[in-house]
Write a protein that binds this ligand. Structure first.
Ligand code: PGA
Length: 218
């Protein structure tokens, strides 16, 4: 079983989200039923997307972050409790958060605790072997900074070399992200040592996202 994760980042208006959801539903989604599809939208769209895809047990909606804090007086933050009925997954430690928002391994660890406490499955992103993988995390995504949004995807060979350096355990699933598109996704997804993909730009287009996911069935 492969994980196909879309990360919309800070994109789309509500009307654009409706168009995306309708177009994705018009694809032959039953083809993907042996994969786990996770769509990580900006916070305002999670609830709508959760409603749209609630009848598909292989499609899940996730967030792209979670508050460092719990529920309470933290204006502007979104806690695990706020998310728990509508999001089943949560990206934590994306390199953009580590870079622009100065998140550290300690921040990432606390956010993982908060996600798990809310029964949300964390998807932890690492840039290389220096980023710590917190305990109890199952989904680990290797995202080399040079490959994100640049069109320069990392070779399968290099991705597997990094996997070795991460010293993953039996319970870990190992994913790759960075300029994945419908043309190159097959190489990764056909490799039994890569458990899935995290897709940024190409996930903004429902047809391209579907085309990537369809490689998981080959
Ligand atoms: P990209 O982004 O697919 O646009 O390179 C990947 C990511 O940052 O999650």
């Amino acid at each position: 079983m492969k994980y196909i994760i879309g990360n919309w980042k800070s994109n789309k208006s509500f009307s654009e989200v409706r168009i995306w959801a309708d177009a994705f539903k018009a694809e032959n989604l039953s083809l993907l039923q042996n994969a786990t599809i996770i769509i990580c939208t900006p916070y305002p769209f999670i609830s709508y997307m959760h409603e749209c895809f609630k009848d598909y047990d292989f499609i899940h909606i996730g967030s792209q972050d979670i508050s460092f804090y719990g529920s309470g007086a933290y204006t502007g933050e979104v806690s695990g409790h706020c998310l728990q009925d509508i999001a089943t997954y949560c990206i934590i430690g994306h390199s953009e958060r580590r870079n622009y928002f100065k998140e550290t391994n300690a921040t990432v660890d606390q956010k993982v605790r908060n996600a798990l406490g809310a029964k949300i499955t964390p998807i932890v992103c690492v840039r290389d072997e220096r980023d710590v993988i917190p305990d109890d995390v199952q989904l680990v995504t290797y995202e080399p900074v040079e490959a994100i949004g640049t069109g320069k995807n990392e070779s399968v060979e290099n991705v597997l070399a990094m996997k070795k350096k991460l010293f993953l355990k039996e319970h870990h699933a190992f994913l790759y992200g960075g300029s994945v598109d419908p043309e190159n996704a097959g190489e990764y997804l056909q490799n039994k040592n890569i458990d899935g993909m995290l897709i940024g730009k190409a996930s903004l287009d429902p047809h391209r996202f579907f085309a990537i996911a369809a490689h998981s069935t080959e």
